[in-house]
Design a protein around this ligand. Structure first.
Ligand code: FES
Length: 254
């Protein structure tokens, strides 16, 4: 993990309020594993927003690091106004990563909304490890879609769903995934998305392993402030930033 000042290469809107930011960092591009995140100090010389904001790394290409985010508050609003050439301070890579292996059977990847960002590099690595990968992506509506072409390239089958049915299946990604479980005989699943989606996934009581990446409010990003604590299955306290963000779905309370 390093603290780096990096220059923004690009920061563009790719869907309704959703941005993709990139910067060059040979160190981060080499150290990154799917699931890792960075903590960005959005405005270095201002006291507001004081805290760093966590962002999962979506993918890396050569020495360029790509981070997707949604504008949800003042910090991300300021970030969305940053231009090519502006400098931001980045701490990372942080957190653990998804287990990537050659699995003995099909793999399912289930993502919702901005939760799909960390799943892109995961799919890339799963394909590189010669897995057959089914991807289920859920969005609110047609105008919220992003990364569809990118996921097509790193999956064997891609299932799109929208809450309003304006494109793809009507419903969420877990509902579509559920319809495929019996016929496909998956060996493992990976997921990231909003809490209700992860909770629905957990309630399926899958007979195979399922790993999820959790998104929590964070401050330090290194296990020192308790800001991101969640409960483990035995009532024990876990830090999303340092014990996660990737967990076995059965090991955490959602
Ligand atoms: Fe400080 Fe996790 S963000 S302990």
């Amino acid at each position: 993990m390093k603290l780096l000042d990096v220059e923004i290469a690009e920061n563009k809107m790719i869907a309704n309020g959703i941005y993709l930011l990139s910067f060059e960092s040979e160190y981060l591009a080499n150290a990154f594993k799917p699931g890792n995140f960075v903590n960005i100090l959005v405005e270095k010389d201002s006291i507001y927003p004081l805290l760093r904001r966590p962002f999962s790394i979506s993918f890396v290409k050569e020495n360029k690091v790509f981070i997707g985010y949604k504008v949800v508050g003042r910090g991300t609003q300021i970030l969305s106004q940053k231009k090519k050439g502006d400098t931001i301070n980045v701490l990372g890579p942080l957190g653990n990563s998804f287990l990537v292996d050659r699995f003995d059977g099909k793999v399912a990847v289930v993502g919702g909304g901005v939760g799909i960002f960390p799943l892109l590099s995961l799919c890339h690595e799963l394909k590189k490890a010669r897995n057959e990968v089914d991807v289920f992506l859920g969005f609110r509506s047609r105008s919220d879609l992003f990364f569809v072409e990118e996921f097509k390239e790193v999956s064997d089958n891609l299932f799109i769903s929208t809450d309003d049915g304006s494109i793809g299946y009507k419903g969420n990604a877990v509902e579509v995934f559920k319809t495929k479980i019996e016929e496909e005989n998956y060996k493992v699943a990976f997921s990231c998305g909003p809490k209700p989606m992860l909770s629905a996934l957990k309630s399926l009581n899958l007979t195979f392993k399922c790993y999820i990446s959790l998104e929590e409010k964070m401050a330090c990003g290194i296990g020192a402030c308790l800001c991101c604590s969640i409960k483990g299955k035995d009532g024990n306290m876990l830090h999303v930033c340092s014990d996660g963000p990737v967990f076995d779905i059965m090991e955490v309370e959602i």
